[in-house]
Structure formats: C-alpha cells, structure tokens
Design a protein around this ligand. Sequence first.
Ligand SMILES: NC(=O)c1ccc[n+]([C@@H]2O[C@H](COP(=O)([O-])OP(=O)(O)OC[C@H]3O[C@@H](n4cnc5c(N)ncnc54)[C@H](OP(=O)(O)O)[C@@H]3O)[C@@H](O)[C@H]2O)c1
Length: 257
Amino acid sequence: MDLQLTGKVALVCGASKGLGRACAESLVREGARVAICARTKETLERTAKDLGAEPIVADVSQDDDRARLVAETERRLGPIDILVNNSGGPPPGGWDTHGLEVWRAAVEGTFLSTVDLSRRVIPGMRARRFGRIVSLTSYGALEYIPNLLLSSSIRPSILAWTRAVAREVAADNVGLVAICQGLFYTDRVQALVGLRAQQGGITPDEALARWVAEIPMGRMGEPGELGDLVAFLASPRAAYITGTAVVIEGGILRRLT
Ligand SMILES: NC(=O)c1ccc[n+]([C@@H]2O[C@H](COP(=O)([O-])OP(=O)(O)OC[C@H]3O[C@@H](n4cnc5c(N)ncnc54)[C@H](OP(=O)(O)O)[C@@H]3O)[C@@H](O)[C@H]2O)c1
C-alpha cells in the first residue's frame, strides 16, 4: 500500500531515541520530509544524520522553544502536514511522591506541549485542507499502571482533548488520533525496570521478566512496530480515522476498549 506520504512535511517531537525516533524513521522511509526535536543536541544530531531528518534542538515543555520549533521546521521544510506529539514521560511515583511543582511540570510537558504545538499547526492545516496530528500517550491513559500516577492522571486529558478538537476540525480534513502504547523496550522502560528491581529487591532481569509476564504476547513491542502504525495514522490513507485512541499493546490491557 502506498501511504501517500511522499513529500509530506512532518514534525516528530521527542525523537532522538526510543518511540519518537521509530516514528521518524518510518515516516522518512515512506517518503516524508521529517524534522525531529529533542533537548540533547549531540544525540539528536546523530539520529538526524542516521535517518536523513532535520534536527531542531527544542524542549517541548517550554513556550519559546515550541514557537521556535514550529517556525524553524516550516522555514527549513515548508508548511507542516503532520505533527507527532511526544516527549519524555512524567516521573514515576504515587500520590505523595512529588510536590506541586513536579505535577505542574508534568502537565506542561505532557499535556500543554501537545495542546500548544497543535494550536500552532492546525490553522495552516485547515487552510490547506490536510493535516494529521498523532499524539503518543500510554496504555496508562486507559488503565492505571502501578507507580505511574502522574502519567495515569494526566494522559487521559490528551484523549479527551483529541476527541473534542477532532470534531471541531474534521470538516477541513484535519485528523487527530492518540496512541495508547503498551510496553516497548526503550531507555525509558529500562529505567522503570531498574526502579522496579530496586523497589522489589530483585535483579533487573527478574523485574523485566515479571513485567513481560503481564503481556499476553510474552514480549515487549519493537519500536518499529509502533513507528509503522504512526506512519499509517499520519498518512492520507488514514483520513477517516479521527478523534479516537488507537491501542498497540500486545494484549496487556484488560478493559474492553
Ligand atoms: N517505551 C514504552 O514502553 C512506553 C510505554 C508507554 C508510554 N511511553 C511514553 O512514550 C513517550 C516516549 O517514550 P520512550 O520510551 O521513547 O522514551 P525515551 O526512550 O526516554 O525517549 C524520549 C525522547 O524524547 C526526548 N525528550 C524528552 N523530554 C523532552 C522534552 N521536554 N522536549 C523535547 N524532547 C524531549 C528525549 O531526548 P532528550 O532527553 O534529549 O530531550 C528522547 O529523544 C514517553 O512519554 C513515555 O512515557 C513509553
């Protein structure tokens, strides 16, 4: 299937490694012209070189950086057709682990970054009558993940926001979807495995095996599996899919939808 992505301009956030990188890689492979961002210049530039993407150093939790990121992407590549919202996850913990300033930063980095970046690209997408916004969240947006209270509290707001905004802009052929991904072995998950090992007094290998045992497929996902899904959802071929949350999780969720 031709995804009709050739020449489309995409901005993929949080993409120097992990899931964002996999999304950028799939989009480049399908012919899109891709800008990627992250905070650490060295890793970002190495990844950009590997993929054939444009690196733009930016912290999506910062207002000025978001404005510059969108402007710089459009200056280098042209109007943005596709936005992939992504960044580092909020820190783990329970109800009393973090003070209010950490909660505020998590809302800013996880939710408001998505809202603001999207607000900056939607008017142009509407005017050109094409746009796709894919926002990575987590399966924790649908079901509480132990010790990830910030993530599980904040991410559902992206699902609600996606549904509402999709209805407002659908008539202009601008589509929004949220991804509720399960477990993929990245630096973020490696760190969480380390934490589980420490808290449970077990080895990281044991902690990893116990987590994997919760996944009916018996393995974590390959980042490329998520990247390919996002490339499809970001493409004109997925135009009729909007407002919804798309799940990719190897069966770990127990809920019906
Ligand atoms: N991997 C999983 O299994 C899984 C499951 C559910 C949900 N998630 C969520 O999916 C997202 C991506 O996860 P991942 O596993 O790919 O994480 P990762 O391996 O830690 O990669 C995160 C990427 O985002 C960049 N980044 C982090 N904070 C940023 C910011 N404020 N502004 C711009 N770039 C930023 C990082 O580079 P810099 O640090 O240099 O900025 C890096 O490129 C996270 O929110 C995570 O919580 C992941």
